[in-house]
Write a protein that binds this ligand. Structure first.
Ligand code: FES
Ligand code: FE2
Length: 379
């Protein structure tokens, strides 16, 4: 994002903070409680995710030719590799023999040997070795291989399509946001690992917790709210995606500072809601990524939380500090947001009330749900 745009957003955020208000949607909005509880909606949600490009990690997780990483996406184990020419490839991490996972974790390897009976694949997915070859007359080395999924590196992130036959067009998917996302460089920062939350909440309830800061003053009273404004958000939508600016309390200090002296990043957090299940949070030292997936039933979801940093992690104390910040952010989501909405999920499932209300002051929340509705109507 260029400085002019950052200054413009800071100006908007400062005005909202000064006026003690927030960007507002046109009207209140209601959604049906069954959106979070019905099996039918759950299956349609899963189909929506299956048919959408999936951001699965940072480009820096495949730092060079020969590197690989594994991901779990919608319950599926995926192997991503960077081949000799730098191309990113993705495969179902499922052995052709008896479907063992071929590899776990991440690292550097040009060949992968299945831990069960040692069938071996190269990093373009081709089967290159079968011990006891005479047992498998119908298997052809080099032409048989792992099931390849469409994959690419775009805007600094790794993307896949879960349906092997799909055309993966991330540029079309991101539209006007592509250059802006790329410009942060967070996908090229050093990755700090993954933390997984397997939670008794619908995946949309998990996503909802990131779509407004109206709850900061109560839920995060002792944590985020000590540094960030509550119920104060700059909102902009980009097709099915949106961007929120959460101003920090310090922003009011800019009143008496000339604009050319402003350091926008000391005064706000930038949140991207990417359709349909991705949240990215950018600050000066953290590029957090939340990948949220429907679980095996409507009331369960998996959140994979990642973080990246521009800091030099070769210094041990810097690395330890970066991990501590990641742990703090993760604990806040786990122990404050998700803990609270677990009881909310139970209320929804009890059938006590039919509707939920989204306020005019929750435009991100409204936008998320409208984008999902729109996509579901086209499935
Ligand atoms: S399952 Fe992979 S070699 Fe047997
Ligand atoms: Fe929160």
């Amino acid at each position: 994002m260029d400085r002019d745009q950052l200054i413009d957003l800071t100006r908007r955020a400062l005005k909202l903070a000064r006026d003690n208000t927030t960007d507002l949607a046109e009207k209140q909005h209601t959604v049906d409680a069954r959106e979070y509880t019905s099996r039918e909606r759950h299956e349609r949600d899963r189909a929506m995710l299956m048919s959408s490009p999936q951001l699965v990690g940072y480009a820096s997780e495949l730092p060079g030719p020969g590197s690989y990483c594994t991901k779990t996406v919608m319950g599926r184990s995926i192997l991503l590799t960077r081949t000799t020419d730098g191309t990113v490839k993705a495969f179902d991490n499922v052995c052709l023999h008896r479907q063992s996972q071929v590899v776990t974790g991440c690292g550097t390897a040009k060949r992968f040997t299945c831990p069960y009976h040692s069938w071996t694949y190269d990093n373009t997915g081709r089967l290159v070795g079968v011990p006891g070859r005479e047992g498998f007359p119908d298997v052809t080395l080099k032409s048989d291989g792992l099931t390849e999924l469409p994959a690419t590196e775009f805007a600094g992130f790794l993307w896949i399509a879960l349906n092997p036959g799909t055309h993966l067009d991330v540029a079309a998917h991101l539209g006007d946001l592509a250059d802006e996302l790329d410009s942060w460089g967070i996908g090229r920062w050093s990755p700090l690992g993954e933390k997984v939350l397997d939670s008794p909440i619908n995946w949309k309830l998990a996503v909802d917790t990131f779509a407004e800061n109206y709850h900061f003053a109560t839920v995060h009273r002792q944590t985020f709210a000590t540094i960030a404004r509550s119920n104060c958000t700059v909102f902009d939508s980009y097709g099915p995606h949106h961007r929120l600016i959460f101003p920090l309390n310090a922003i009011l200090g800019l009143e008496d500072v000339p604009e050319d002296k402003w350091d926008p990043f000391q005064n706000m957090v930038v949140i991207y809601a990417l359709f349909p299940n991705i949240v990215i949070s950018v600050t000066i030292a953290n590029g957090e990524l939340f990948r949220v997936y429907p679980g095996t039933e409507p009331g369960r979801s998996i959140t994979v939380h990642q973080n990246s940093t521009p800091l030099d992690l070769s210094d041990e104390s810097v690395a330890a500090g970066a991990q501590a910040v990641f742990e703090y952010a993760h604990a806040t989501v786990r122990d404050e947001d998700y803990r609270l909405v677990e009881a909310l999920q139970a209320n929804l499932e009890s059938g006590a009330r039919e509707k939920l209300v989204f306020g005019r002051n929750e435009p991100g929340l409204q936008h998320r749900h409208m984008a999902w509705e729109e996509a579901l109507s086209r499935l």
